[in-house]
Ligand binder design. Sequence first.
Ligand code: GRF
Length: 225
Amino acid sequence: MTDIAVLISGNGSNLQAIIDAVEGGQLPRTHVAVVVSDRADAFGLQRAQRHGIPAIHFPYPARSQGRQARENADRELAALLEQYGVQWVVLAGWLRLLSNSFIQHFPSRVVNLHPALPGQFPGLEAIARAFAAYKAGQIRETGVMVHVVPDEAVDAGPVIAVEHVLIQPDETLDTLTERIHQIEHRLLIQALVTLICDEGPGSRMSLNLQEREKELHNCSDPYYE
Ligand code: GRF
């Protein structure tokens, strides 16, 4: 059995997709050991409680409190997850940037979901920014990706799963948002199955990850700065 933590900041619909996949057997040998939110009022905490999963509000320092405060918090957060025996950490709508103080506790085992294509619209409001870029004639498609978090770069790292979304002429921000969320719920599970259920030295995924790490380091996209 693999114990995972899911970190959220809000609604938690992707958390729900994970819980449903675990309970429905689509994500076998996986156990959601703990759900953590930086916001006390995140609806995702209630979703976790309803399924008997420990749901913890972890107040996270604001950027203005400085790097040291963030690193201390990250160490505390890592220690908390370790108490729950966590092996993998899934960032499913977690809107905080984790420092290396956290990531080094779970090397190549922090996974992030981003509602845009690799290298595009890193950070908050990715769907809205993609839609604005479409309206300005700059892009015709956007997408969803799931990637491993190797370092402090925002929404960047070895890509595990990606799906392109062609924006339609009659698309509104609402319809695009809805379509992207539907894809996220499916793609995240697909990526977790690949990562968690196909693990082990010499496995297809660990070899792929090494190759993808190389690709990342060769990547000269300005968003990765
Ligand atoms: C998702 O679109 C995720 O990709 C983004 O925030 C949203 C969270 O949605 N980072 P939810 O809380 O899982 O419903």
